[in-house]
Design a protein around this ligand. Structure first.
Ligand code: NDP
Length: 335
């Protein structure tokens, strides 16, 4: 089937804080970027409630409202949007090519801001409200939501670095934090284990899986149902919040084999810039950051990626094939 084809200076994949900040900068530089919004337009902030730590909003702002503002700001300078989902990407030649079900998009420079998704348990009660208790006590982001659990008893599910980091962070607010882990040994690094095991506000429940989030739309979370992985016994543990911290998954399946990824699947960037292993392809936000994962850091790297893309386009004529670009990149500041 012949697909509609369009060519752009800069295409940005993803419309969270990283993608939209990249769009604002690229659009203001006159590059008329195209943002392909992806399966969750606005990104992870659209499933948060109040954002209190994004600079410039002294009274806080709702996650979806913040993303609406960023989108309008990007639009104001000429960003185009495509509400679609890419199912194939070809980064082996210039222009880079992206395919949705019905269009083929060509890009002289590409910015990947496809984000990461929190992994979920997939148990009853976990879905976002009103289908479940997501946003009503169930969360996957301690830095975003910890503040709402002042003086409350909460659980953190998982046994890796993320779980122990979240648990330790949450002790600032919660009266008690109970880590629930499906085995009896932690996966987390020794240093994180030491810190959590010695924290007086943190308890552990071992060999237990959460099989259901309990509560109603009126009460919020009131407890979790536990399944003992050794004895098979079922029990209920009372709590007022449940943080799922079983890891994040960078959304990089599309690019596997075409771009350098780290062991966990995050896109490798060169550190000082947002360049990836393919000249002309840049990455920003959570898709290349397993460490900070904040809206403001995502926005910062989005800005960097757009500036990098602009410099790249200035230095590498669009008619150059990729192998010439690769050679040139090694001779220029991009190498
Ligand atoms: P990990 O994959 O390391 O750990 C996930 C944890 O969740 C494991 O304990 C796992 O159990 C548990 N888990 C997974 N699936 C389920 C499930 N369905 N039900 C119950 N439990 C489940 O992910 P992290 O996000 O913790 O870490 C990812 C990477 O990021 C790591 O390399 C980590 O070191 C790094 N990181 C570093 C930090 C730092 O240095 N400050 C902070 C956060 C992350 P099991 O152990 O049984 O498999």
């Amino acid at each position: 089937m012949n697909k509609t084809r369009s060519r752009h200076n800069v295409v940005i994949i993803g419309s969270g804080p990283a993608g939209l900040t990249a769009a604002i900068y690229a659009a203001r530089a006159g590059l008329r970027p195209l943002v392909i919004e992806g399966p969750q337009p606005g990104g992870q902030l659209t499933i948060t409630t109040e954002v209190e730590n994004f600079p410039g909003f002294a009274a806080g702002i709702q996650g979806p409202a913040l993303m609406d503002e960023m989108r309008l700001q990007a639009q104001r300078f000429g960003t185009e949007f495509l509400v679609s989902y890419i199912n194939r990407a070809d980064l082996t030649r210039r222009p880079f090519r992206l395919f949705t079900d019905d269009v083929a998009v060509e890009a002289d420079a590409l910015i990947i801001a496809s984000g990461a998704s929190a992994k979920w348990l997939g148990v009853p009660g976990e879905a976002p409200s009103p289908r479940g208790l997501g946003g009503l006590g169930v969360s996957a982001c301690a830095t975003c939501d910890g503040f709402f659990f002042k003086g409350k008893s909460i659980v953190v599910i998982g046994g890796g670095d993320t779980a122990l980091e979240e648990a330790t962070y949450l002790t600032r607010y919660a009266s008690r934090v109970t880590v629930i882990h499906r085995r009896e040994t932690l996966r987390a690094s020794k240093i994180m284990q030491e810190k959590a095991l010695h924290n007086e506000k943190i308890d552990f429940i071992w060999n237990s899986e959460v099989s259901e989030m309990l509560g109603t739309q009126q009460t919020g979370v009131t407890g979790v149902r536990l399944h003992d992985t050794v004895t098979g016994e079922e029990s209920v543990f009372a709590c007022e919040g449940a943080f799922v911290a079983i890891g994040h998954k960078p959304n990089t399946e599309l690019f596997a084999g075409q771009i350098e990824l780290d062991d966990v699947g995050y896109i490798k960037t060169n550190g000082r810039t947002m360049e990836t292993s393919v000249p002309g392809v840049f990455a920003c936000g959570d898709v290349q950051d397993s460490s900070y994962r904040q809206a403001v850091t995502a926005a910062g790297t989005g800005c960097m990626a757009a500036i990098d893309a602009e410099r790249f386009l200035d230095h590498t004529p669009t008619e150059w094939p990729l192998e010439v670009v690769v050679k040139a990149a090694h001779e220029m500041a991009f190498a």
